[in-house]
Design a protein around this ligand. Sequence first.
Ligand code: FAD
Length: 571
Amino acid sequence: MSAHAALVVVTGDDALRATTTRELTRRYGTDYAIVSCASAEGVPAALEDSGRPPVAVLYGGLADDDPEEGLGVLRRLHAAHPEAVAVALVRWGAWETTRPIFEALTLGELDRWLIAPEEPLDEAFHRQVAEHLEEWASRRGGGFEAFRMIGHRWSPRTQYLRDQFSRNGVPLGFYEPDSEEGRSLLQGLELDAPRFPVVVLRFKPDRPVLQDPTDVELAEALGLFTPLDPAAVYDVVVVGAGPAGLGASVYAASEGLSTLVLEAEAVGGQAGTSSKIRNYPGFPTGISGSRLTFSSYQQAWAFGSTFHFMRWAQGLRQEGGLHVLDLSDGTSVRSRTVILSLGASWRRLGVPELEALVGRGVFYGAAVSEAPAMRGRHVFVVGGGNSAGQAAVHLSRYAEQVTVLVRRPSLTDTMSDYLIRELEALPNVTIRPRAQVVGGAGTEFLEHVVVRDLDTGEETREPGVLFLLIGSQPRTDWLAGTLARDRWGFLLTGQALLEPDVAPAWPLERPPALLETSVPGVFAAGDVRAGSVKRVASSVGEGALAVTLVHAHLAAARAAAAEAARQPAGG
Ligand SMILES: Cc1cc2nc3c(=O)[nH]c(=O)nc-3n(C[C@H](O)[C@H](O)[C@H](O)COP(=O)(O)OP(=O)(O)OC[C@H]3O[C@@H](n4cnc5c(N)ncnc54)[C@H](O)[C@@H]3O)c2cc1C
């Protein structure tokens, strides 16, 4: 019987090859073919002998005296097996390999590096191998399907739901109605005139079927719609479960505060849509945004935070010394303090014919779940920031050609240097400066975009798919008049509230705390805050800092209440 996938070890170093192969065979030899070769040339025949399984992980040995050679071998093998995770294998103490490895990681030629095992039972080695296999499994998709969705790939509703499922870490199998599997699934469900998307809840014993379900129906099916106790008063309500809100909820709950988190969409916010975050401390080879934020969500939940999904806050008022948040489902929650971590959302291009095709060839953000569908296509990425750069790198794995369109003459002022270098090194990525998308057309799906050369004014019609990452704006319209905002809508906090002409003005004698908004006891953290550094780590940090300020606010309120209680009545 042939194995379902292979782990390939390639190195001319006999001892390194022998120990690594031995350890892999002992632990993984039952489920995977372990293919061990002294050179890249031997790999095709060895895979053939194993029944031609797909390659899950490529381990390429890097010799201390010539690491480049090993990297070259890995590059060639990776080109032949692009879905495999490429890992540089080094001996402990082979420090000469450090520089070339980090260069290759920066250029996206390598996914990970690993210190080879010296002795049996090297658990640190095996923990990393397990991570490589997990990364491969998530790249490949498949596996357990808690939900099955049958729908049209380019329907905006289907896309939205797929994105929400994937960002919330819900295992979903997706099938198009005219595919062979889709047809057979529909036949089995015996639906007369199915309303798409059709969603089958396979994790429930009776496997209920929903047709074109609303968000609320899905949240109920997932058990996410538990009603809140209307009498509850929380120490802190966190609005928004992006990095800032998740950071706040981990610290708040772990420090004993009763914590409710409200999230309108999916856990992770913008970070959850990023395929790889390279600059978050502690993850030297990067981590997918959804994995990072989903782990924080589990951590916050384990500390006792309550999460309330698919309802958004749409009003903030004060009543009886408490803050009241009015929610989109008509209910309200009461709290002693509030942390607003509302983040930001994508700025729209404003070209009506392209807006009409959103989800059908026009995407805002990186749309991680759509990347594999870009195979063989020409993709345009519009934007000059880091988000656009990362999207281009991710899409280049699948698309035939990626063109990054920027209005400025270069990317240097807006994109990190490491990303520019990575883009420049990718053979199927072109950066086109002084270019602007001004139109496009298509019936079912985007057929072409119209690109204007900003120097010559010439306009060209070009076939392709459009990913728009042109900056973000805060989601604070519902707070206009309630909280002081800057002219772009970002929330003003701390010293900024004491500037002249700020409205509403700071109402107290004491100065506002660092992250406090114009309503005392309401704090802002992360991208939504004016002047914040728009990064994952800084958002998490602001969330944690906001909790310290919440503690101080609650302590002051308790002290004031105790003082008031000591005063004689009428005194
Ligand atoms: C594609 C992409 C790649 C990126 N890559 C990196 C990177 O590599 N490194 C890095 O440091 N930064 C990166 N960033 C930036 C980083 O993701 C953001 O700075 C960070 O996510 C901001 O966190 P936040 O919690 O403040 O807001 P957000 O992540 O925007 O989260 C806000 C959350 O609040 C929810 N919300 C908003 N309004 C309401 C409401 N009224 N009621 C309930 N919920 C509400 C939203 O649904 C959202 O989930 C990237 C951003 C993008 C889009």
